[in-house]
Design a binder for this molecule. Structure first.
Ligand code: APR
Length: 183
């Protein structure tokens, strides 16, 4: 029996670096050298080895930087997770096919987590902070990607981690609308 995608999705509010899951997703930038926001929090909590692993990922696989919508896996080091999946969301104001690239961040993270044996994965609200993606539009893309892709990974439980209750409420409003429309 196929599980409804909504059975595989839950959400929480707070700091993603505290979640005890197999992998968390980092809203990184092209350099993979860390930054502010959730990127800074994850690097601080993981410790300096994470930056070394990101430098190695740059050397081995992404010499010109991680493109928008792509993903890179590293260990979690001092975080309570096995892996960090780094992805680069689109900068809303200056990216043409921004919805496609944001969807790729989520879609490729699901695939990479499943390929590495993860059964639990947490996402922050990629691109909705410094990169300025309007929250409701981003939430709609998240729901669409989860509805289309979670059935392919029946073992995977996904947690959406919102940094504020207002963000969680805004997501829930979109989620309820999508589900009631048969999403
Ligand atoms: N846990 C969970 N969510 C968080 C945390 C945290 N510790 N810190 C911030 N957030 C939320 C923000 O409130 C926002 O909703 O994560 C979402 C993404 O915001 P940003 O971290 O600003 O990421 P983004 O908008 O994708 O911009 C990426 O910011 O930090 C830099 O290096 C990063 O250049 C990159 C850019």
């Amino acid at each position: 029996m196929s599980t409804a995608w909504t059975d595989q999705l839950n959400w929480t509010t707070g700091d993603i670096t505290c979640l005890e899951v197999d992998a968390i997703v980092n809203a990184a930038n092209h350099s993979l050298m860390g930054g502010g926001g959730v990127d800074g929090a994850i690097h601080r909590a993981a410790g300096p080895e994470l930056l070394e692993a990101c430098k190695e990922a740059r050397r081995q696989r992404w010499p010109d930087g991680l493109p928008d919508g792509e993903v890179a896996l590293t260990p979690g080091y001092s975080l309570p997770v096995r892996y960090v999946i780094h992805t680069v969301g689109p900068v809303y104001a200056k990216t043409k096919d921004k919805s496609h690239l944001l969807a790729n961040c989520y879609r490729k993270s699901l695939a990479l987590a499943a390929d590495n044996g993860c059964t639990s994965l947490a996402f922050p609200a990629i691109s909705t902070g410094i990169y300025g993606y309007p929250f409701e539009a981003a939430a709609r893309i998240v729901c669409q990607v989860m509805a289309e892709n979670l059935p392919d990974y029946p073992e995977l439980q996904v947690t959406l981690c919102f940094f504020s209750d207002s963000d969680a409420q805004a997501f829930l409003a979109v989620f309820d609308e999508v589900v009631s429309d048969g999403g």
